[in-house]
Write a protein that binds this ligand. Sequence first.
Ligand code: NAP
Length: 250
Amino acid sequence: MRSLEGRVALVTGGSRGIGRAIAVALGEQGARVVVNYTANEAAANETAAAVAAVGGTAVLKRFDVSVAAEVEAAVKEIVASEGGLHILVNNAGVAVNGLTLTAKDADWKRSLDVNLTGTFNCTRSALRALLKAKDMGRIINITSITAETGSAGQAPYVAAKAAVIGLTKTWAREYASRGITVNAVSPGYIDTDMTNSELPADRRAELIKAIPLGRVGRPEDVAAAVIYLAGPSASYVTGEVLRVNGGLLM
Ligand SMILES: NC(=O)c1ccc[n+]([C@@H]2O[C@H](COP(=O)([O-])OP(=O)(O)OC[C@H]3O[C@@H](n4cnc5c(N)ncnc54)[C@H](OP(=O)(O)O)[C@@H]3O)[C@@H](O)[C@H]2O)c1
């Protein structure tokens, strides 16, 4: 018996990287997966194929998590077509890089809009359906190691990811009495488009030296933590931040 049989899961930013691995792992455990993306339909289709390849079922839903009206309409459609929603994974994110001294208003706004307001929008729209899911209801927010360590040159990103931890604990308290658990997963350095586009090879080698487990993370490492938090084994875990970083931060 697969651990998430009969559940419906929405993964924001499921078209690539960590979100794709999460979608595949959820599908493998028997959940019906709604794969959200905003621009990259070809990649989203590849995710759906990868879910099918492990015996799961996926449908695609394009919307921009930062636009509340789009999120609200999409979640309504998902709940109507899938018959409910049990698991929300707030994974969609963008890296916004640059020193504060020269930061542009637009960079600050973009990071907060997607990384923070996007998480808020999706949760607010999903909550009614999650309340109906009762003790199967799960919210899992993807934060970042940088929320706890800081990261020079990433102020708007770090601000948003730190706030996501605050939201996680707040929602854990707000909905505990209704059986919904709310947790965050905090990845360290994971091999995806996001990181590959920003780190030169020499910096990457230096970083690997600093990671006690001696390698960068794989999207599947993060997905495994999500599967644990989404499943019945974690029913007494809420308000937690689960770090997946190879020991880079302990
Ligand atoms: N990679 C790391 O080392 C690392 C470390 C810590 C935390 N994280 C966090 O993990 C999450 C996934 O990161 P990743 O590395 O997998 O990133 P990625 O490879 O760049 O993928 C980002 C995903 O987010 C989607 N997305 C971006 N803006 C969106 C929006 N406005 N609405 C809906 N979807 C949107 C993208 O969709 P399209 O394909 O349509 O563009 C894509 O599916 C992010 O929250 C990130 O901050 C990553």
